[in-house]
Design a protein around this ligand. Structure first.
Ligand SMILES: [Zn+2]
Length: 199
């Protein structure tokens, strides 16, 4: 790397830690910040700190929120009887973007992956079962991605929810195997939801 002044090199190093940002992009972003007005640079730094201070997990569904509960859980118009289980907030946002779902969510905050040392206890599965036991959920829709981890997690959860007497379904494989909800178009997401099958 060229010999940048230390503060600039530090900013480039931090930018490089961001997903999808390689050395060249990191340099471009850092130089952009350097060339920006004092106000814009301060606004960026403040936004980064503020998001860390103000955002936490919704205690009901584990979506991100800056309120007591997230806007979806707080929305009385949404069907409490339909619970869509997703691995992370990115997938929740993809479902919301597609617009065909009007129930509630449960964000697992990951997928079972023994290779990465992620077992069921690392996920929000106990909280999911508590919600199902609460008695208001008529159907649990497992919308984890059609990958090895996503399928294994769905199968594991189905095995725990079905004995509770609640219907369990899996989104259809309109999504390509190994695919990712976040990269699917809205029509594909809506169809995979409509074509869900009982497990
Ligand atoms: Zn919530």
């Amino acid at each position: 790397m060229p010999a940048y002044p230390r503060p600039l090199a530090r900013l480039i190093e931090e930018m490089e830690k961001l997903p999808g940002v390689g050395p060249k992009t990191a340099q471009r972003l850092a130089l952009h910040v350097l060339g920006a007005s004092q106000e814009d640079a301060a606004a960026l730094a403040d936004a980064i700190l503020h998001v860390k201070e103000s955002i936490h997990s919704c205690p009901a569904c584990f979506n991100f929120t800056d309120s007591d509960v997230c806007s979806i859980c707080a929305d009385s118009q949404r069907d409490e009887g339909l619970l869509c289980v997703v691995s992370d907030t990115r997938d929740l946002l993809a479902m919301e973007r597609a617009g065909g779902f009007h129930g509630r969510y449960h964000v697992l905050q990951g997928l079972i992956s023994p290779m990465d040392g992620v077992g069921p206890d690392s996920l929000r599965i106990a909280e999911l079962l508590d919600r199902v036991r609460g008695g208001k959920v008529a159907e649990v829709i497992l919308a984890t991605n059609p990958t090895v981890e996503g399928d294994a997690t769905a199968t594991y959860i189905a095995g725990l929810v079905k004995p509770l007497g609640t219907k369990v379904s899996r989104i259809a494989l309109g999504l390509p195997v190994g695919g990712d909800l976040d990269y699917a178009d809205d029509v594909t997401i809506t169809r995979s939801l409509e074509g869900r099958r009982e497990m």
